[in-house]
Ligand binder design. Sequence first.
Ligand code: HEM
Length: 502
Amino acid sequence: MAAWILVTFLLVGVCFLLSRVCWSRTRRAKEPPLVKGWPFFGVVLEYGKNPLGFLQSAQQKYGDIFTCQLMGKYFTFVTDPFSFSAVMRQGKNLDFKKFSMGFSQRIFGHTDFTSPMLSESYRDVHSLFRQTLQGPPLQQLSQNMLGNLQTAFQHCLPSERCWKEEGLQCFTTRIMFEAGFVTLFGKKAGLLQPEGMGAVGSCMQKVMQDFHAFDGAFPALAAGVPITLCRRAWRAREALAKGLLHRELHHRMCISDLIQRRMDAFDRMHLNETEKARTHVCMLWASQANTLPAAFWSLYYTLRNPEAFAVALKEVDLILAQLPNDKPICLSKEQLESMTVLESIIKEALRLSSASIMIRVASDDFILTLDSGQEAAIRKGDYIALYPRLIHLDPDIYPNPLEFNSCSQSWDGFFAMNEIKQFLLLALWHYDLQLSELHDTLLPDRTRAGFGILPPSQDVFLRYRARADRGRQRLTRTPILVDLSTRFPASRVHTPRHHQGN
Ligand code: HEM
């Protein structure tokens, strides 16, 4: 019986492939050049091997806009940075929700919020990002994050001044994951000790392990492998969802406004409890998947570059010298914004490690006019893709694009920028930090290209110990004023959609 089912599946699969092979697309008038590839699979092998290299050579061959097929779908890449805003302005013809919702529904297993019953209410849920992650609420969220980061740092601070050794990625992830999780989803009510310690600490570790097991399968899931075939990732996702069921969240204190309001909205929409919890897993992933590697690279580049390290340390000491020594660290919006050296380091780290692809779906046939005036006919149902890494590593824009020096992206007033700044501030404030081995170049893991900030291809050893001069310095150090902004200037190229507030 099982053999017959298998044979039937194989026959259906072969027929499906044959139908695709026999039908190949021809370029219509005014359409962008069509990159040749295998039937159905298109250029997936070349692209998968080296996305940046493939896009760079296609850009050289075909120009600012070209179309290629990837696993049956047609993607039109716009590679001219000056035309990015032309794409973003096409809200009427290019749909973000259609792509992102289908993608996230498939991977996270939540409800289809585009269904006629839910789409109206979901619009309100979506507007919560703007209402709770920007403007005045951002200050409260950042303040909570700073408190939680201090807790996470405090309970792993070595009591004596001996060196400890740990992977830099482990160190960064342990602290940032715990603080970020507690900031969004609150802490267990009635705890006498911080969440990262004792039995409760092992709960947090389990959550982190589940997060990594699920996140590790993300490239396969995004490529279309059903999650039921990735048993470990499926179990991890369901375990995360179990911890985020509303009946569990009701026992947690200090839940962020964003999550509280999403819970209320989902309750009003009468979703089932597991589906509500899976939308929270989706939010957990969005809040951590990019932030963890971004924090890693920010600290890594700070420690690798003596000049950046020196000016960053001065900036941190200058800020902390202004604060009372006997209270938890609390930073105003102005103090956070004044940390321009840390900001420049983070932006530069993002330039070197960011590999996000922004994708929209054409909801109709239309003509896209590029910045140069060139017109391109776009077909309904095709995907339009922007890959800012092409700009970030363009030698015409950044001489020596692979070197850490100037900066690219602007993330003003965005939560992730604040939380990474606070992480760097506390790490530099609490510890003497050294990288144990200086690798020539630590490469990012390219298999994750397209999903945001690339993690490192391997971890590196970090040595750290409590800083001897910590308390004393805050009372006695005379601020040294240097113009750091000229050393690490900021320029504005690209701000992701939700960070701009549109
Ligand atoms: C360095 C860290 C981060 C980076 C580089 C990053 C980058 C991005 C990018 C590129 C997108 C897709 C935007 C588009 O296609 O227009 C996105 C979407 C999103 N991110 Fe982030 N992100 C980061 C951190 C965070 C954090 C900390 C949160 C939440 C606390 C968050 C919440 C979201 C949400 C909710 C969306 C979907 C927005 C929508 O549907 O309109 N992100 N992010």
